[in-house]
Design a protein around this ligand. Structure first.
Ligand SMILES: [Zn+2]
Length: 168
């Protein structure tokens, strides 16, 4: 038996505080050097938010906004690995494991490629509850906005994720 889940997230990018409201840019827990960062109540890790929602979607669970309300002071600046770990545990408790995860991050700069393997291994450990077979079960691709639109103008980071869960 299989379940597929789709997750999507976006965050506006602003100059880093104090010049703007941007938080330091993080993708799957990796800090990326950039003069702009996401505006968010949590740490603004769009890829992790999309992945958590994909897992929760696959099990028809609540979304992360319901699990971790953005008006709850306890979630202020919260590391988003908490969201992925909570979603993974919830799915694992219901008997699911991860067959594979595929994701796309839309970000003009910096390039994701140099950090791609580090991002994948971060995800492998965050998804531990779902017992992914190996790093080959996890793929993340970076795309630019080709210089146009909100992504291309460095005003937005966007992430899409698909997970396939299989019954133990
Ligand atoms: Zn988000």
């Amino acid at each position: 038996m299989y379940r597929i889940g789709l997750g999507y997230d976006r965050h506006r990018l602003e100059p880093l505080a104090p010049a703007g409201r941007g938080r330091p840019l993080v993708v799957a827990g990796m800090s990326l050097e950039h003069q702009r960062g996401p505006v968010s109540h949590s740490d603004g890790d769009a890829l992790l938010h999309a992945i958590a929602d994909a897992i929760l979607g696959a099990i028809a669970g609540p979304d992360i906004g319901t699990l971790f309300p953005d008006d709850d002071p306890a979630n202020e600046g919260r590391p988003s690995c908490d969201f992925v770990e909570a979603a993974s545990s919830m799915a694992a408790e219901r008997g699911w494991r991860l067959a594979n995860l595929d994701a796309v991050v839309l970000l003009e700069r910096p390039k994701l490629a140099p950090n791609r393997d580090a991002i994948r291994s971060n995800l492998l450990s965050m998804l531990g509850a779902l017992e992914p077979e190996s790093i080959d079960a996890i793929c993340v691709k970076g795309k630019t906005g080709e210089g146009i639109g909100p992504v291309g103008k460095e005003r937005l980071i966007e992430a899409h994720a698909v997970v396939l869960l299989t019954r133990r």
